[in-house]
Design a protein around this ligand. Structure first.
Ligand SMILES: [Cu+2]
Length: 226
């Protein structure tokens, strides 16, 4: 029973905090994974850099691969292997689309871009990448609109990761409920869908409200059926 109580607390804690999204730069060629993030105001995006001297730099949709004056920019961050010791962390201040690209020569033209809150049609990531083809990229050296801080990746699949930082509540709740044998809690976990990207599919506060009654009912159901 104790683990179920903790599970419910974890679900409640998820509601109160904003979400953190992890984006891997250059782990799989000239790409960011994920390349689309649906974030709410106040959410945080952490970009983790793999070898290749990449950046995460903001442009407009109309001028791909060119930095916006005073736009979000990590500058170039390199790594000898695995994730760089520093990550670029920035906050989402509104729900407008944010077009981000890599300023390393040739990378943006090859499609290395990601978009926060893209529209469903029109100025999509695909349209951006198409327009980026043939453009020469660049990035300012000055970090802006975010911070370079010690790397922490909650969903890193390559190295040991810390579970103590922000965003761990969702992962903990999903992981522990999946691991338990009770059918009731398994149902709760699948309907909550924490997702592989630390909440990219189910992290918004609104979608978590549906999860709460399930989480609270799970311990009761498990108790009566045991
Ligand atoms: Cu790059």
């Amino acid at each position: 029973m104790r683990s179920y109580a903790l599970l419910s607390l974890g679900a409640l804690a998820t509601i109160a905090r904003s979400a953190t999204f992890d984006v891997d730069a250059g782990e799989h060629g000239f790409s960011y994974v994920p390349d689309t993030v649906k974030a709410a105001v106040g959410d945080t995006i952490n970009v983790h850099f793999y070898p290749g001297d990449h950046s995460a730099t903001q442009s407009t949709f109309g001028s791909p691969c060119s930095p916006i004056a005073n736009g979000i920019n990590s500058g170039f961050v390199n790594s000898d292997s695995g994730q760089a010791s520093q990550m670029f962390s920035f906050k989402v201040n509104n729900t407008d689309p944010i077009y981000m690209y890599c300023g390393q020569v040739g990378h943006c033209a090859a499609g290395m871009a990601f978009v926060v809150n893209p529209p469903a049609t029109g100025d999509t990531l695909e349209a951006y990448q198409k327009a980026a083809s043939g453009k020469s990229g660049s990035a300012p050296s000055a970090v802006n609109g975010g911070v370079l801080i010690a790397n922490v990746d909650n969903d890193d699949d390559n190295s040991s990761s810390s579970s103590s930082a922000s965003g761990s509540a969702t992962a903990t709740a999903t992981g522990s409920s999946t691991g338990s044998a009770a059918a009731a809690s398994t149902t709760a976990a699948s309907s909550g869908s924490g997702g592989a990207y630390g909440g990219s599919s189910g992290s918004s506060a609104a979608s978590n409200f549906g999860l709460v009654p399930m989480m609270l009912l799970a311990p009761l159901a498990a108790y009566f059926f045991s």
